[in-house]
Write a new protein. Structure first.
Ligand SMILES: Nc1nc2c(ncn2[C@@H]2O[C@H](COP(=O)(O)OP(=O)(O)OP(=O)(O)O)[C@@H](O)[C@H]2O)c(=O)[nH]1
Ligand SMILES: [Zn+2]
Length: 363
């Protein structure tokens, strides 16, 4: 029997233990539990009670691309003299999926089993609220709770005003401010992240690496590590899965750092509850929010209750989400065609689709 207390810093809990027992009972292999860190072309690094080990993946026949282990997955590992093998992936609690428009329509799971998705945004003279909204769509879509962290408070001109602005663009989402430079706010953030798994997203230069190091309590770099069981194999201590000093674990991968939009509409709705509510109170259920009588959106825009910027952000993200859904779902496709026909955009859009382009790319 494996002593799994060593897995607790990686996010192991009673529910995972139960899920693991069930999965293990259904396979003929002698398995050991572990959590996936690095994933690299069919090879993975699995963090086990004996430390990180490299492994190949052999899932049961009929497994899809989406079933392949990704960073954050809990797996059953078969230890073999000729190389360790991942045999099963435990059912996921949540996941960040990439299904970018214009690319192959396979969904790629970028990170799994997250409690929080932390969107890192640097304090700037003008924080880009639309970029935050875009990340929040991805975050909500994962099934985890989104959080925003404003980084580099030490550089902020008016942190309270900026924070208020961000809070207004992120209903239902906690907004924290930190400085890795002065340490301000880091303990508060650490307390929120303790005890769960957090995926870190945000644009280049947002201060993610600096924040990871501050939360880990040490510089987290790719350092080589040797297995302690004498087999002499080498692996890299994946900084993909970073246990935090105050508890909890952070997932930080290059793929997540450049995450795009994958959505079937639910993430957009959760990011913009205010806009959704307005749309729900337009007089006509198929309101185009242009010049229709009784349009609640137009009224809110005119009265200043809804920001022009936020409205345009919703329109753009909603169109992208529809475009992605349309590529995969015939019902969504015909619904989009009907709507485009109504607004006279159908010819242009169809021509773009024929060319294999996103019909909304330049809108
Ligand atoms: N003043 C100040 N500078 C910071 C702080 N955090 C990060 N920086 C600086 O911001 C720059 C970018 O920080 P990184 O941590 O590399 O940002 P990143 O998000 O990891 O960037 P990528 O690796 O490109 O995704 C570096 O020059 C950091 O030193 C902070 O709290 N205060
Ligand atoms: Zn309307």
């Amino acid at each position: 029997m494996t002593d799994t207390t060593d897995l607790v810093p990686l996010g192991w809990d009673d529910a995972w233990a139960a899920a693991y027992r069930e999965t293990k009972g259904a396979t003929p292999f002698a398995l050991e539990p572990g959590r996936v860190g690095r994933v690299d072309r069919g090879r993975v690094t699995v963090h086990t009670t004996a430390g990180p080990v490299p492994a190949l993946v052999r899932l049961p026949a009929g497994s899809d691309l989406e079933d392949q282990p990704t960073t954050g997955d809990w797996v059953g590992l078969e230890r073999r003299d000729d190389g360790d093998v991942v045999r099963v992936v435990l059912p996921r609690r949540s996941s960040i999926v990439r299904k970018a428009a214009g690319e192959r329509s396979d969904a790629q799971v970028m990170a799994a089993n997250l409690d929080h998705v932390l969107v890192a945004v640097p304090f700037e003279t003008r924080v880009n609220l639309s970029t935050i909204e875009r990340y929040l769509v991805v975050a909500w879509e994962s099934g985890a709770q989104p959080l925003v962290v404003l980084t580099k408070t030490d550089l902020a001109f008016d942190p309270d005003a900026t924070r208020a602005e961000v809070e207004a663009a992120a209903p239902g989402v906690g907004v924290l401010a930190v400085s890795a430079e002065t340490g301000e706010g880091v303990d508060e953030l650490a307390a929120v992240l303790a005890g769960g798994t957090t995926a870190l997203v945000g644009q280049s230069g947002a201060g993610k690496s600096t924040l990871v190091n501050a939360l880990a309590g040490e510089p987290v770099q790719a350092v080589s590590d040797t297995r302690q069981d004498g087999k002499g194999r080498h692996t890299t201590t994946a900084r993909e899965l970073v246990p935090l000093a105050d508890g909890g674990v952070l997932i930080d991968t290059p793929g997540l750092r450049s995450i795009g939009l994958h959505d079937d509409g639910e993430g957009v709705a959760l990011t913009f509850p205010d806009v959704e509510e307005l749309i729900g109170s337009c007089r006509f259920s198929d309101c185009g929010h242009v010049s229709e009588p009784g349009c609640a959106v137009r009224a809110a825009l005119e009265e200043g209750d809804l920001d022009e910027r936020r409205w345009h952000s919703w329109q753009k993200l909603q169109r992208e989400a529809e475009w992605i859904a349309m590529r995969t779902d015939p019902a969504a496709r015909s619904a989009a065609r009907r709507r485009w026909a109504a607004t006279g955009k159908v010819g242009k859009a169809q021509a773009a689709i024929k060319r294999g382009q996103d019909p909304f790319a330049r809108s």
